[in-house]
Design a protein. Structure first.
Length: 353
């Protein structure tokens, strides 16, 4: 058990005693309530408070060593840039990495923070290095912002900086083909295509661009091909153009449906009959829908009726009187070979919206 020694020094009476208390390894000096603890050197002398190695001196829970360090410390100083400087001018789409830099005269670390204004969209400030990093947006603008450099003692220096961005004309390379008109956009462009052409740069002739129902392409998966009143064991996804079999409907009211996966522009359709000479469709309709519920009949040569194949192998292709926006396309047989059933193999042509 630690030794405890209490020394009582009488001043006027016991009621006004002061205490020197040794409670190893601590030495406590205290005064009575409302009394003062006074350290007084002789004439010409000094009072020293000397912490041991690794120790400190506290006054009312305040660490005097850290307090003095903070009082004596100096705020950060901007070095590589002045506190009012431009960080450069950049072309839209250009990657850049520029920095502001401040140093702590006391040798400590610096933290950086954005305190006013805005950085260019798509860029960011690294809080530990002071680097502003990112890709210049597609816009003509000068961005002015304030950055604060703060040291470990909370002292700081503020700077105001700017970055200028110059817009890039996305149409300068003339990306639109086949007479398309280019419209410059932020970080992109849009082509307005003439009738019959589509996709990003009007590069696609829509009437001959197959969506991929056909057996040799198969961009449309089996799950997006369905049939209504299908005959026997026939499968709807066998109704792909050039397949070795085909889809067979049972009778009137049967149909083969293709889900294009998203709304697209349909320009043309093509059909064949079933692989057997007894199963081919001589007349059919094409219905289209964006939601799979409300269907409208498409027209070719001012008619809702499309002429089918004269035999099972002949491909019949029809261009619509006008392209239509659709996701779901149904082929509805109207007439077919006597004594058989309506058989179909199909493909759809067009462009993305």
């Amino acid at each position: 058990m630690a030794a405890r020694i209490v020394l009582v020094v009488s001043l006027a009476s016991v009621a006004f005693a002061s205490f020197l208390e040794v409670d190893y390894p601590n030495v406590n000096v205290s005064a009575e309530r409302k009394g003062d603890a006074i350290f007084e050197a002789g004439a010409g002398g000094s009072v020293f408070l000397r912490p041991g190695a690794g120790g400190t001196v506290y006054i009312d829970k305040t660490d005097l060593r850290k307090f003095i360090e903070k009082v004596k410390s100096l705020p950060p100083i901007w070095t590589r840039r002045s506190e009012h400087d431009t960080l450069g001018t950049f072309l839209s789409g250009q990657y850049f990495d520029v920095d502001v830099e401040a140093v702590d005269p006391d040798g400590g670390n610096i933290m950086y923070s954005l305190i006013s204004g805005h950085l260019p969209p798509g860029t960011s400030l690294n809080m530990t290095t002071g680097h502003v990093i990112g890709v210049a947006p597609d816009i003509d603008a000068t961005y002015t912002f304030g950055i604060r450099a703060t040291d470990i003692h909370g002292k700081y220096a503020d700077g105001v900086f700017s970055i200028s961005i110059r817009e890039k004309d996305q149409c300068s390379s003339m990306p639109c083909m086949n007479g398309g008109t280019c419209v410059d956009q932020i970080g992109d462009f849009n082509c307005t295509c003439p009738l019959g052409y589509g996709d990003t740069t009007c590069q696609t002739q829509c009437e001959i661009n197959a969506f991929g129902v056909a057996n040799n392409v198969m961009k449309i998966p089996d799950a997006q091909i369905s049939g209504h009143l299908t005959l026997g064991t026939a499968l709807p996804w066998e109704g792909r153009l050039s397949s070795t079999t085909g889809w067979i409907g049972n009778d009137t009211g049967s149909w083969l449906q293709i889900d294009l996966g998203e709304v697209r522009h349909m320009f043309a359709v093509a059909t064949q009959g079933y692989h057997s000479s007894t199963y081919y469709t001589s007349s059919f309709k094409v219905a289209y829908s964006q939601d799979g519920n409300k269907f409208v009949y498409a027209q070719s040569k001012n008619s809702e009726f499309f002429k089918g194949s004269a035999n099972y192998d002949m491909v019949q292709k029809f261009v619509l009187d006008r392209p239509v926006r659709t996701r779901f396309v149904r082929f509805l047989p109207e007439l077919w070979h006597n004594g058989g059933h309506p058989g179909l193999r199909v493909e759809i042509y067009g462009c993305d919206v």
